[in-house]
Design a protein around this ligand. Structure first.
Ligand code: ZN
Length: 217
């Protein structure tokens, strides 16, 4: 049995390692060598859904966590995944999307119209103000928003996009999951699952009419 002195020395060493792990690059990965892509929605409890400690109380240490509207693959999601996988020891990606998502709650074309009605010129938007070379082609704004028709379909599509992206090595494990906001349970994405009938997995189930600008097809 070790002495308390030894235990305290070990604890301090572990804490120091935790605080400075990023300087060790791939030799200082997070606890689970994991990158999680999920929605910014306040009702997605990442730790509860995945059984990890990523964001509570702050920086649980299990994963690099990326949240955006929908938990979809975007240029910045790719940038972040590329960094953690190629340089910080991450070996696995989990995509976590959810029913009742705000990205199912409206049509992208209607959102574009609403912004134009405010007098915003959406044809000359700097999507990254510090990188003017990154720009949207005229008419691409509604598609860029990334509204979904079907969260299961989008989740499956995002997993495919990550698996096939040239910046993501082929030996990285990539999986996608749906958090059912209504039932507080996790399930695999499946556009044909009958359980979806009592949930809000589609824009249509949230009262949105028409198809989204095509991004996930
Ligand atoms: Zn959401």
């Amino acid at each position: 049995m070790s002495t308390l002195k030894q235990q305290l020395e070990n604890r301090i060493a572990e804490t120091t390692r935790w605080e400075t792990r990023r300087q060790f690059a791939a030799d200082g990965p997070n606890m689970r060598n994991l990158w999680v892509l999920t929605c910014m929605d306040e009702r997605v409890p990442v730790d509860e859904a995945l059984g990890i400690r990523a964001d509570t109380p702050v920086g649980g240490g299990d994963a690099h966590l990326f949240r955006n509207a929908g938990g979809i693959v975007t240029d910045d999601a790719i940038r972040s995944a590329m960094l953690t996988i190629n340089f910080f020891g991450t070996r696995e990606i989990v995509v976590l999307q959810h029913t009742g998502c705000g990205m199912l709650s409206a049509n992208g074309n209607d959102l574009e119209s609403a912004l134009r009605a405010k007098g915003i010129d959406l044809d000359t938007i700097p999507i990254d103000p510090s990188l003017p070379e990154l720009s949207l082609k005229k008419g691409a704004f509604a598609k860029w928003i990334g509204m979904m028709d079907d969260v299961d379909h989008t989740c499956i599509r995002c997993v495919e996009q990550l698996r096939n992206h040239p910046l993501i090595p082929k030996d990285i494990t990539v999986s996608g999951w749906i958090w059912e906001t209504e039932f507080r349970r996790l399930r695999a994405p499946d556009p044909d699952a009958p359980t979806r009938a009592v949930s809000q997995p589609t824009a249509a189930s949230m009262g949105v009419k028409g198809k989204q600008p095509p991004r996930w097809t």
